[in-house]
Each structure stands twice: as C-alpha cells, then as structure tokens.
Design a protein around this ligand. Sequence first.
Ligand code: ADP
Ligand code: MG
Length: 680
Amino acid sequence: MGSLYAVNIETLNGIGKKRAELFNKMGIFSVGDLIEFYPRRYENWSVITPLEETEDNQTVCIQATVSSHISSVRTKGGRLLTKFSAFDDTGAVEIIYFNNKYIDTMLSYGATYLFYGKINRTMTGCQMISPMFSKIGNSNGMHPIYKQTNGLQNRVIENAVKTAISMLPQVINDPLPEIIRKKFSLCDYEFAIKNIHFPKTEDDLQMARKRLICQELLILMLGMNNLKNRDKKETSLKLKKDYTEEFYSLLPYTLTNAQKKAIKACVDDMTLNSCSMNRLVQGDVGSGKTAVAAAVCYNAVKNGWQAAFMAPTEILAEQHYQSLSKLFKDENITIDLLTGSQTPSQKKKVREGIASGETDLIIGTHALITDKTEFKNLGIAITDEQHRFGVAQRAKLLSKGKNPHLLVMSATPIPRTLGLIIYGDLDISIIDELPPGRQKVDTLLINGQIRRRACNFIKEQIKNGNQAYIVCPLVSESEADLAAAEEYAAELMLKEFSDIGVGVLHGKMKASEKDAVMKKFEKGELSVLVSTTVIEVGVNVPNATVMMIENAEMFGLSQLHQLRGRVGRGKNKSYCILVSDNGNPDTVNRLKTLCKTNNGFEIADADLLQRGPGDFFGERQHGLPQLTIADFADKINLEISKEMCNYFIENQDEFSEKEINTLNACVKRLFNKGGNNIMN
Ligand code: ADP
Ligand code: MG
C-alpha cells in the first residue's frame, strides 16, 4: 500500500490533467490519497420499496420495468424533456429527465432497472424526477456518495476509486498488527477499504468504519505520544523560595480565590515535585489569567531562572509586555519583547539578551520558538491562549531549556475527550470566578435594518465618554478581508461616525501601525475601533463598553464569546450587539444562546452540540492534524483506541519490526498531511 502514495492520480485511466487538478483541489494527489478519500454518505440501493408503499417526498430505491416508449420533446423554454412510465407489481410511476440527451440510449423499453430518487405523489399518481438508475445486479448494495467539487461528479470519483482499489497490491501491509486486530475484533485493512467504498450491506459498512476510525485515532494518539514524550521528566529546577506574597503586594487589586488557588498549584508543582510542572490554567475571558502567569514569572525570575511567555498575536504580546513592565518596574527585573515584525537588528539585540541571560523575562510571539532564539537557563515556559498554538509549538518552546516547567493558559473550554488528547498529561487548574464588580454584558441580536439605530446607540455611549469596538464584516481570511476592513471603516467615518475618531486594526498591518492605533484607542484619542478578529484575544481597554459584531452568523459561539469578552472590563455597563441578516431559525437560535448566557463553559457545550467537534475550534485551531473519518466526539471509539494505544506501547516486543515500521509510517503521514509538518 505504501507505494501507492507515490503514484500520481494522473496515471489512473480516465483522469487527465484537468481532472487531476480538481482532485488536487480536494487534497488528493496520489492513488493512496484517493483510497483514503472516504464517502461522506451512502445511498442504500439494497432496500427496494414497492411503489404502493412509497410516500410523498421520500427518497427510495424502486425496481421497475419501463412500460412505455422513451420519448423526448422540447419544452417552450427550450429544455429537453424525456418522459416514460414504469411499473412494478404494486403500481406505476412516471419518470422524467430534463436535458439529458442520452437517456433514451441508456434505458430501453421492456427492461427492468433500479431507480433511486425522490418520489412526488400527486392526486393522479406518482413521479420520479431525474432518478439515478442501474441495471439489476449491477449495483444493489450501498452506493457511495463522495464530497464533490465543481466539475468533478460523483460518478467520476467513484470510478477513479474503483480503479485505485484494483491497484492494491496482492499483499497489503496492514497498518494494524494482527494481534491488535484480533484483540479488539477489528477487520483487516483490505476488507475495510473495499467496504468503506462499496459495502454490500450495512453491517459490512459498520465493520469497515469502526476499523478505520480506530486506526486513525490510534495513529493520532501514537503521534501525540511521540510529541509529548517528555512526560514526567526529572528536573533540577526547584523553587528555593516562594515570592508569592511579595508579588501580591505589587498588584493594584486583590486576587480572587480562584486566581490564588491556581498560583499556589503552580508554586507547589515547582517546589515539591521532582518532575517539571505541566499545568493548564483554564479560565473564562476576563477571569484574570495574566495575573497568574505574572505570579509564576515573578517566582521564577526571583529564583534566578529565565521565564518565557508566548502569546499568539503581536498585539497581545505587546500588551502583556506593557502590563508586566509596569507591574515589575521597581523590581530590578529585565523584561524584553520579541516579535516577528521587529527589525532584524532589533531582534538580534533581543536574542543576544536572552542568550546571555541578561534578560530575565521574555515576552513574545512565535518568534520565541525559532531556532535563532536560545536561552541561557530557561526555567519556565508559558503559553497564553494555548488553543491558538499547535502542540508541536508548545514542545518547541520547551526544548529551549533543560526540562523547564510548563504553564499553558486557555480561555476556550474544551470537551473532556478532546482535552485528553491535546492536553493528555497536563494537570488542570480552573479559574471559575470573575474579579469582583464585573457586570453582565447585555447581548442583543439585531438585523442590518436597524444598524443605524445601533450606531446611534454607540454614539450616545461615546458621548458619555465610553468607547466601542466594531468587528467588521468577514469576507474571507484573505487579502480581500483587509480591504474590506478599511473600506468599511472609511464608510463609517464618512457616514455614521463622521464627527468621531475611528481607527482601523487588521492582521496585516505593520506592528508599529497596529501599535499606534492601539495606543490611541487605549488613550481614548479614538472612540471607535474597527477591526477584524485580531482583537479576539487578550486586548484590554476597560473604557470600551460596546462590541458590535457584523455577520455574527459567520463565527462560532466560543469565538463570539471571546470577542464579547473585550467589553465589560470596566465599571460601566457594557453591551454586545450581534448583527446578522441570516434568518435561518437554527442560526438565530444559535446566536440567541449568547444573549442568554455569559458562561463560557455553557457556551462551549452549546457550540459543540450545534456545530460538532470538527468546527469547534474554528479552522484547525487545536493544532491537531485533520482527521478523515474519526471524530473527536466519538467517546466509544476514543476509549477503544486509547486502550489499543496503551497496548501497543506497553507490549512492543509482541510486534515485528515490520509491523512497528508500518504503523510509524502512518503516524508520520497523518501528521505531515497538508504541509503540516508537525512531526519534523
Ligand atoms: P484573561 O483571563 O481573559 O486573560 P486578564 O488577565 O486579561 O483576563 O484580566 C482581565 C482584566 O481584569 C485585566 O484588566 C486585569 O487587570 C483585571 N483583573 C485581573 N484580576 C483581577 C482581580 N482579582 N481584581 C480586579 N481586577 C482584576
Ligand atoms: Mg488573557
């Protein structure tokens, strides 16, 4: 099988350059890829419904004999209409095709076929419009339906897959060792592949599915295991003294009990254990995670270690840099900032400080994990908004020290099963308390027609000395988006907010430009900040009281909740206005969840329920490879796969070298798919 990944699909019969490009568009490059391109669903042609039992609007497979000549006429509109009747033992049906020149050459009078399609029942009888058909005996099983793209129909994909399967070698290296298959009652690979595409029965299909799901999850877990592989490492880094009390005295406010508990857990981890800390601090937006990170950094630096604090965006990194610099200004701590958009000479200078040990606390973006950054004695690595980083990036940061401690922080509550995979070996602290005095953010859902009223409301808020964020319409995550942000802001400045300071912020701006805009907004020189979702994480301006989000239906609930978390940070009442012209009841209901609750965990649950785990993190925000058939919400198979994974790891001597290599090759392939290169 392995070698089929090296065979270009263009070598398949019937696939030329054009079609190959369409396949490429769907991520299929090799014959091996095609074999792993599983159907999205199946049409069941094995159950034949007698005509008299069919119901209006029901999709069925009937077996009927053509009982009239197949004749075509042109309609007034110029369409070709082909019509004939057919019958079975229980009734008759009229079958109609539009604009299909070849129908009369494919079907013949007096012959019997299977027709698959939707039944229309009227007073005068029943009809099927453009049903699929097949000769009896040719296709009486389950019919695979693949994801399609413009110009590449199901029939073409199906035929290509058939050819691909016929190329499977005589002897296939099964990715699952036989011992594992037997132990967990899973079918072999060849059966699985043949039956996932062309199952004869529902049972065969389920057997194939189960085997392939478990295989994929096992491969995923083995990969994650390789990535972690630092589990429980001895460390010589232990805090000699606890500086938490001193830290408290630097703060302008008193920490909540939940914050204190999280800090204590971290300090204990770094004092009492002989292994390095692996802790996740999870807390809703605004729960004050930064203070926990600051306390940990303070303890580390006072004990003579270096600390690294990594954030997913430059804005957030800069903000952390500023707030920690302010907090530690009299503490004789050298703090520095490293981001991608600094000039090469700036970066060089910052990196020299880190390498020499001159810098105690470094805050930065992904720039921290590039090979050029070296530490003298990294004691603790912290990642903020962990869900924005890949697992591999976390590992990379850790590799900058000798078994340093790790603290990861996240505002996105994740389902437990998924958490087990991503965070597997982490201890968890939950901050389930907001700082005192926070008010609930009132959330409204409106349509575009009353946007003007919403703008008037914003103006009033501004008159009262407050500020507002507007998240502009999302076109796509591309260059066009930026133009959209700028255009949208320009329009606002010309119309609604002509006498008000409006700033624009988007991801492609230079750091210095972003910085300038942010500073003006923080100082109150700008009243409205129009932005793409770059403000989603972290940004903190307590004076802002309105968050208006255009095209709210395009966001996940958790993401909207994060955006909303930008307001309600000061003493004034705050509002979140969701603008959506999408009247779909499901969408409206989904958005209304936000109007009803401010609880991040509740919202995450609703999000998961309504959108499914695949979309949970938005586009690939969990940093895991993309799965083809398994599903993170599939608890049963997750458990089975976990057991398989443990068995495989603990009983290595039961497996041949070939079996181990075959499975490892699969791990590599899954993690490197789509140019991911997580494993390299
Ligand atoms: P998040 O958990 O979303 O990262 P932040 O750490 O940004 O939250 O904190 C949000 C705001 O709350 C900041 O302005 C911070 O100074 C403030 N804050 C944090 N903890 C407390 C507290 N115990 N009392 C009052 N204000 C707090
Ligand atoms: Mg934060």
